[in-house]
Ligand binder design. Structure first.
Ligand code: GLN
Length: 494
């Protein structure tokens, strides 16, 4: 019998349409698989009742021939998206027990297109991290293992639960958010595809805010096509988000198969870092070669301000976070620890409710925004941000897309890099420029390193040109013929 959890979105949609299996059966197969994957800790909350109810409604639509674009597709929702009636924690103790009375725009759109919610996926606290080890609800375990060690590896972060769930076949699709790399880095670590669309493509309404000028929702899937399906359903103008773009949403799945012949692909010299392992540079060279031999034009480009992106990000993101997180005061949301007076209640609540990484960011953010330091740090960082945007603008006069590695390493062991925040921040070195410039970017699995762990390539596009990214990634996915599966799934089959 076919394993229903291993299907692609297109195969699953066709199977339900042709009555080979029902949406309820497909959902049940995923719920059963989730049961056996608890040790990965990919979900904070599972919602089987909601899933089965939604699936039954999908089945009615299939029977009536009125099915929707994602009807019956089992989906995990990053626990940063508010879901009506379902606990939403942002991975933090401070929001434990918070049950929103409203639905985020992105999840509303997914459900309006028939997606079935399996549960809320685990993440770094308030989406701050690169390893999914800052969640109050425990670490997420990467379903992949290195061939030379039995150590549990991180799935990447912050959308680690979402990436691990798709890799372990306990969700067909998952949502993520990407403020500095939180979709592309975990996608690379877990051997799945992940796209962060252009800032403004998906509404941020109802998504717990980390750094509002950088946050953007996006999609994880096991293939580029699967991501294209999800992105189409998630995207679109929303009057409730003033930064949401009033643009038509392209039919992404229909645009992925145009090939790369004649496409101009930029290779930025500043992404050749001395510290990057040779295997990752070799993977990048391989990607360039695949594109060249298919008739794409490879163009050497320069993005001169790249090296300032990471330091500027770690000023701007904490600054916005310190402001956004001021609302968690024990009065309006979640946790409350009473003190003698209001001030003490604030202090106790925040001291107990936030974890170390979140506190570190709040302190940095408050510092760089304080009188006397604002000009020296925050304002300078904003200027750097403009220079980074200008670099890309110039590059896109010459090229259509840009190809880089997705991450400077493959997945590392849980606990590694923990005592060194700067080392942890370096995970975002290839991804963060995209957020600073508000651009779309995608990571696609391209091969394995010598330890048997997945490596990703990143494709960056012009604003609102996700279609060219998807098309390039689709080609790369075919060229690499990446078929490897995580040990977790191979053990399951054995
Ligand atoms: N790792 C980055 C950070 O910790 C990015 C997080 C994200 O994209 N949400 O800020």
């Amino acid at each position: 019998m076919t394993d229903l959890t291993a299907l692609s979105v297109s195969e699953a949609l066709a199977g339900m349409k042709n009555k080979e299996f029902s949406a309820v059966e497909l959902t049940q197969a995923h719920l059963d698989a989730m049961d056996k994957a608890r040790h990965l800790n990919a979900y904070i909350v599972e919602t089987p009742e909601i899933a089965l109810k939604q699936a039954a409604e999908s089945d009615k639509r299939y029977a009536a021939g009125t099915e929707l674009p994602l009807d019956g597709i089992p989906t995990g929702i990053k626990d940063l998206f508010c879901t009506e009636g379902v606990q939403t924690t942002a991975g933090s103790k401070i929001l434990e027990g918070f049950i929103p009375t409203y639905e985020s725009t992105v999840t509303s759109k997914l459900f309006a297109d028939g997606a079935v919610m399996l549960g809320k996926t685990n993440l770094d606290e308030f989406a701050m991290g690169s390893s999914n080890t800052t969640s109050y609800y425990g670490n997420v375990v990467n379903p992949w293992k290195a061939n030379d060690s039995d150590a549990d590896l991180v799935p990447g972060g912050s959308s680690g639960g979402s990436a691990a769930a798709v890799a372990a076949n306990i969700a067909m699709l998952t949502t993520g958010t990407d403020t500095g790399g939180s979709i592309r880095q975990p996608a690379a670590f877990c051997g799945v595809a992940g796209i962060r669309p252009t800032y403004g493509r998906c509404s941020r309404w109802g998504v717990v805010a980390f750094a509002s000028s950088l946050d953007q929702a996006g999609a994880f899937g096991r293939s580029v096509e699967d991501c294209a399906h999800m992105l189409k359903s998630m995207s679109g103008y929303d009057p409730k988000d003033s930064t949401s773009a009033k643009l038509e949403v392209p039919d992404f799945p229909a645009l992925i198969d145009q090939g790369v012949k004649g496409l101009k692909v930029g290779i930025p010299k500043e992404y050749r870092l001395d510290e990057t392992p040779a295997e990752i540079n070799a993977m990048w060279e391989q990607g360039i070669e695949w594109l060249r031999s298919e008739g794409a034009e490879i163009v050497d480009i320069s993005l001169p301000h790249t090296k300032y992106a990471l330091p500027a990000y770690y000023i701007i993101a904490p600054a916005e976070a310190s402001s956004n997180l001021a609302r968690y005061d024990g009065v309006r949301y979640g946790l409350r620890v009473d003190g003698q007076d209001l001030q003490e209640t604030y202090r106790k609540t925040r001291a107990e409710g936030f974890g170390d990484e979140v506190k570190r960011r709040i302190m940095v953010g408050a510092y760089v925004l304080s009188a006397g330091y604002y000009d020296a740090y925050y304002l300078q960082a904003q200027k750097v941000r403009r220079l980074i945007q200008d670099d890309f603008k110039k590059a896109y006069e010459q090229v259509d897309v840009i190809l880089t590695p997705a991450t400077p390493s493959s997945a590392f062991a849980i606990g590694e890099n923990e005592d060194d925040p700067i080392k942890m921040y370096l995970n975002d070195v290839f991804t963060v420029t995209v957020n600073m410039a508000g651009l779309p970017g995608m990571s696609v699995p391209a091969g394995l390193d010598s330890r048997g762990l997945p490596l990703g390539l990143q494709v960056i596009g012009r604003p609102f040109d996700e279609a060219s990214i998807l098309r390039t990634c689709r080609f790369l996915e075919r060229a690499s013929a990446f078929k490897a599966k995580p040990q977790f799934l191979m053990n399951k089959a054995a």
